[in-house]
Design a protein around this ligand. Sequence first.
Ligand code: FE2
Ligand code: FE2
Length: 312
Amino acid sequence: MTIATLASNYDEVIPRDLHFEMTPENVIRHWFNGDPWTTHWMNAILAAVPDGERWVMNSARRQLSRLTHAGVKQEARAFIRQERIHAREHDEMNASCVAHGIPIDKCEAVFKVIRETFQHRLSDDMQSSVAAAFEHFTAIISSVMLDNPDMFDKTNPELRAMLYWHFVEETEHKGVSFDVFIDASGGGLRGYTLRTSGMVFATLVGLPILIGNQSYLLYKDKQLTNIKSAIKMGKTLFFNPGIMRKTLMGFFPYFRPGFHPWDDDNKEIINVWKRAFEQTGDTHEAFRRLHDHSLAQRVGTQESSNPLRQSA
Ligand SMILES: [Fe+2]
Ligand SMILES: [Fe+2]
């Protein structure tokens, strides 16, 4: 039986210190295609992002001195820099939501209390395991978004550019927390037990926070009884593209003893964005090329019709 090993195929983890205009004009009240329920589902996750990013980067930082693998140590440092920048940009995005009267700050404050409570009680290895689990969820959600950029056709271009920069970098570093955990904990049977416990813990803590945050934000936005929007969100989460369905499908493989996040190799799609960004330095253009590529993949031709391209 193979018990999880480090990735041997590191590509690159590049911190890109980008700044986006996360103003209330760009981050409108129902920024996800004008749909309240889907917007607040995303807001419920994003409420935990700035502090969650700081938690996962702190848990990696605490393990740095114990890492034996030079490649993992190098990637862990790059990962910490990436997450620090993500937290900064999402702080601004969340502040714009607050400016619209959406009390994400209250959700953030509750998450911070929960995070501090566990941070003081869990061992470094367990925190590292929980970080790997949260990063796995983030990677799955990012993967679905990368494959379905047309979901954001009606979203503000600056906000869309910020989100896709984040989805790309989350994918770039999707194996890092996992490898930090394996390297620091030593893997083996103890590592497997800790790793799966961390996933159970992250699920039991994360799911109620997600449901609680969304319910609270919908209530404060007077949208709880918007059945039409609830049905629309249900379709997005469970049918097309099925973000939650695919998250569930990605949950169980994590319990395989030989699992590694890069078993699902989706470098191709992020390389489209990365190469475009290297060439142009423009996150909007990088998004457009990723959008083109994704749609072309879906229809099986490089001649896809792209409303964004036509209107550009
Ligand atoms: Fe991040
Ligand atoms: Fe991350």
